[in-house]
Design a protein around this ligand. Structure first.
Ligand SMILES: [Fe+2]
Length: 391
């Protein structure tokens, strides 16, 4: 319940800020301002209550529509509020600067700052901000809801057996099938995955955002993913969505769940180890879902090369200590959209791309879907085709 109180409180603060700084100064009749305020409150606060309805087992296509409208609006106002906050901070800084100015200059400044002028300036800057935010949101929504790009990654391993040179692993992650990413998008994604003709497909978590009773039809196309081997490990959102049912569902869709487990695949005599650890939040929900990288590697069967599936990049410290060759991760979404693209580095050792970390190489993918607002700006959605290379 604590999370709901926090979310609704933030929604109320956002609504109040927009009401005071955008709607109230507008030169419009009072009834129209009230209507605008009601629409903003409905989209920002009202949509949160769809969560409660879904939690209690209700579903209706109108709830999907409200989710899409609400989340898109949330993305739009996040762009708007960033620009408004930047403007307001600059404005406050200018006023503070004026306090230190000469008495004469201050007199001129305040003369110019008549209330009507201030309101006109505020309205004009609000219009400019909205004019920038509309196309920015449209572009970001288009990017987020389009098919992901296919990123080709080559990972060189000195001790790779000849038989594994050129082996191709398709990584898909953070699909977040849920309120706004539904079956048609999943079907197109699966078609794109199958066009890559990979030797193995791995899903590194955050498959869904919601319970199985609700999303089972939407994830159905994943059963058509075509490769000799398909594996899955859990992301944090599986734990918020009912992890046991989603592990069962992943198996039903043809993926082998790897939760503190590993398997060895024989590729023409070469032994490739695929291990998986659950998300670091897993232990909060099930004790046996605490990631135990070292134990998994210690009890792994004999192998030539090892690949670890771990939703979060921060498992890399354990992976390196455990002697893993390659770690594949997601979780970060590359920040998903500005300005989070800048903030995300504060919470993750690696945000995107291929990195060397001690004896382990880690690839972090932007992920194919999105969470929350349907926006991608500065971190395009992707699936990755990882080719193993001998050097
Ligand atoms: Fe995610």
């Amino acid at each position: 319940m604590g999370w709901l109180v926090t979310v609704v409180t933030i929604a109320v603060v956002i609504t109040a800020y927009l009401g005071l700084r955008v709607i109230r100064p507008l030169p419009l009749p009072a009834w129209l301002k009230r209507l605008l305020f009601f629409i903003v409150a409905f989209l920002v606060i009202g949509q949160r209550f769809v969560w409660i309805l879904r939690k209690n087992g209700h579903d209706h296509h109108l709830m999907d529509s409200l989710d899409l409208a609400g989340y898109t609006f949330l993305g739009f106002i996040s762009f708007v509020m960033i620009m408004m906050l930047a403007r307001d901070v600059l404005s406050i800084a200018a006023r503070i600067g004026d306090v230190f100015a000469s008495r004469r200059k201050r007199a001129i400044f305040f003369k110019e700052q008549k209330a009507s002028h201030r309101r006109l300036r505020l309205n004009l800057s609000n219009v400019a901000i909205l004019l920038i935010a509309v196309p920015l949101t449209a572009y970001s929504v288009h990017t987020a809801r389009s098919l992901p790009r296919v990123t080709e990654v080559e990972i060189e391993i000195p001790h790779l057996p000849e038989q594994l040179d050129g082996y191709r692993i398709l990584q898909v992650t953070d699909t977040h099938v849920g309120p706004t990413l539904k079956k048609p998008w999943v079907q197109r994604l699966v078609n794109l995955i199958n066009e890559q003709h990979a030797d193995m497909i791995v899903h590194t978590g955050d498959l869904v955002d919601g319970r199985a009773w609700w999303l089972k039809p939407d994830v159905a196309p994943f059963a058509e993913m075509n490769a000799p081997y398909k594996f899955f490990t859990t992301g944090n959102h599986e734990y918020y969505s009912g992890v046991d049912e989603w592990i069962r569902e992943a198996r039903f869709l043809g993926m082998v769940p790897l939760v503190n487990e590993s398997v060895v695949i024989d590729v023409n005599g070469a032994k490739l180890l695929i291990a998986g650890v659950p998300d670091t939040q897993g232990g909060r929900f099930r004790e046996d879902h605490t990631p135990r990288t070292k134990e998994v590697m210690d009890r792994a069967a004999e192998h030539d090369v090892s690949i670890l599936l771990a939703h979060r990049p921060d498992i890399i410290f354990d992976a390196d200590r455990a002697g893993v060759d390659i770690q594949l991760s997601g979780h970060t979404h590359g920040g998903q959209f500005f300005p989070w693209t800048l903030a995300v580095a504060c919470f993750n050792p690696y945000v995107y791309g291929l990195h060397d970390h001690g004896h382990t190489q880690i690839f972090v993918s932007n992920g194919a879907g999105y969470w929350g607002p349907p926006l991608r700006l500065g971190a395009p959605p992707e699936i990755a085709v990882i080719t193993l290379r001998k050097i």
